[in-house]
Write a protein that binds this ligand. Structure first.
Ligand SMILES: [Zn+2]
Length: 439
């Protein structure tokens, strides 16, 4: 089961293309210690022929594309079990909850250090690289004898919840699989209320929710970890808090609450996402954004009526430092494979206290958002390996900075200097130019 994730799908198209892609100057080692990396990654960290199409193809039009190379729910269970068994006690896998349709939600815990780090993926079921990156990370950390791994294990307690929305993941769509009637059956006080604003019943990203409605689970969080849904809070809106209506968000909330009880504060929370396929660099419309990152999801609670109680714990500068560590790691990797360097800042004018990142930032966690290029309805599994690798490199850099304490020496001003995300150039303009559009 493990082998399929390790295969790189790049097909050599000819020596000429390879030569085109070779870096102009001798490769400079990035901050990642390559001596301890699995063999496949050293190939991934060099330019590949597919990097040429990465730079020319783009469409935001939903299509049915293959996704079988990503790890599905059944395979995730097998992989986590294998990693736990091979880890000699380092990795502890536990079922922490169950999705609305009865699929297991697992956590994997590794390390015994004082800093608690929570990492979640696939809250949107059509955003799949995070799950594979988490598995790669656990795979390495579960068996490595390196000094780096030892430092992580001593300084950090990493808890990962890969594929937190398994029902949405199996349907390969953003929302979970849950009706408003199921929500009101669990919370009878909501009968007669208008359904939540983040309840999908129409068509979104090419998916028809009319027969199988669902919620955007990532608007279902509340900074009050003990919040119980109240009729007067519905239907709500994106600038307001969510409700913990879905079993998926309640599961993550429960894990977060448990870590808070154990560690005082969850030091860092990372949520792994994908964004549109057609964003370009702000200074170069020919270069697509590989990854956008962010540490800012809510307005300053000190200035938000009703949020004052969170002001003392909220620490935007810390989130900025964590993001700088992500950014620096990817810039280092770009010395060898330039597309790793196309990293931009996600829009900073968001105020989303109903997201996991927003709610947990208000509880004092440093927060990091990854937004990899293209969801499955636009890219399918195309570029799966390199995009998963970009998430891995960012996570690796951040966790290394956390474990060494170097994160505290980073300058929040460097975050503000990360280039902003450029515009989305949409599908039409580039489709004409792309010779081999997969449309
Ligand atoms: Zn997302």
């Amino acid at each position: 089961m493990a082998a399929f994730r390790r295969s790189t799908r790049a097909v050599l198209a000819g020596a000429g293309i390879v030569a085109l892609l070779a870096p102009a100057s001798p490769a400079v080692a990035g901050p990642t210690d390559t001596s301890d990396l699995p063999a496949y990654s050293t190939q991934l960290d060099r330019p590949q022929p597919s990097d040429l199409t990465f730079a020319t193809e783009c469409s935001d039009e939903p299509r049915d594309l293959p996704i079988n190379e990503f790890t599905d729910h059944r395979e995730l269970g097998i992989e986590l079990d294998r990693i736990e068994r091979n880890s000699d006690g380092r990795v502890e896998v536990e079922q922490v909850g169950m999705s609305n349709r009865g699929r297991e939600i697992w956590s994997a815990r590794v390390g015994t250090g004082p800093k608690a780090v929570l990492i979640t993926s696939e809250i949107h079921g059509n955003e799949k690289t995070g799950t594979d990156a988490i598995l790669d990370l656990l795979d390495w950390l579960s068996t490595s004898d390196s000094a780096k791994a030892k430092r992580w294990l001593d300084e950090l307690t990493i808890v990962a919840i890969p594929k937190m929305n398994p029902d949405g993941a199996e349907l390969d769509r953003r929302g979970n699989d849950m009706t408003w009637a199921e929500a009101t059956a669990r919370f009878p006080q909501l009968r007669g209320s208008e359904p939540a604003w983040n309840y999908y019943t129409g068509t979104l990203q090419g998916d028809d929710y009319s027969e199988r409605p669902g919620f955007d689970t990532n608007r279902d969080y509340h900074p009050d970890l003990n919040y119980v849904p109240r009729a007067e809070d519905f239907p709500g809106d994106s600038a307001s808090t969510g409700w913990y209506l879905t079993p998926e968000s309640r599961t993550v909330r429960d894990v977060y609450r448990g870590l808070t009880a154990e560690f005082g504060t969850v030091d860092t929370y990372v949520d792994l996402h994908h964004q549109g396929a057609c964003y370009v660099m702000p200074d170069d419309p020919d270069e697509f954004v590989t990854l956008s990152i962010s540490g800012k999801f809510v307005d300053d609670p000190a200035t938000m009526p009703g949020y004052e109680q969170y002001a003392a714990d909220y620490d935007l500068d810390y989130s900025k430092r964590l993001n700088v560590a992500v950014y620096n790691a990817l810039q280092g990797a770009a010395n060898n494979r330039p597309l790793f360097g196309n990293v931009t800042l996600y829009p900073q004018d968001t105020n989303l206290p109903g997201t996991g990142l927003g709610a947990f930032a208000l509880n004092g966690s440093g927060t990091v958002l990854f937004e990899v290029r293209g969801q499955t309805q636009t890219l399918g599994q195309q570029y799966r390996a390199v995009l998963t690798r970009s998430v891995y490199i960012g996570l690796d850099g951040m966790l290394s900075a956390l474990a060494s304490g170097r994160v505290d020496t980073l300058d929040p001003a460097d975050y503000d200097a990360i280039p902003p995300r450029g515009p989305s150039i949409g599908s039409d303009a580039i489709a004409e130019a792309a010779v081999s559009s997969p449309r």
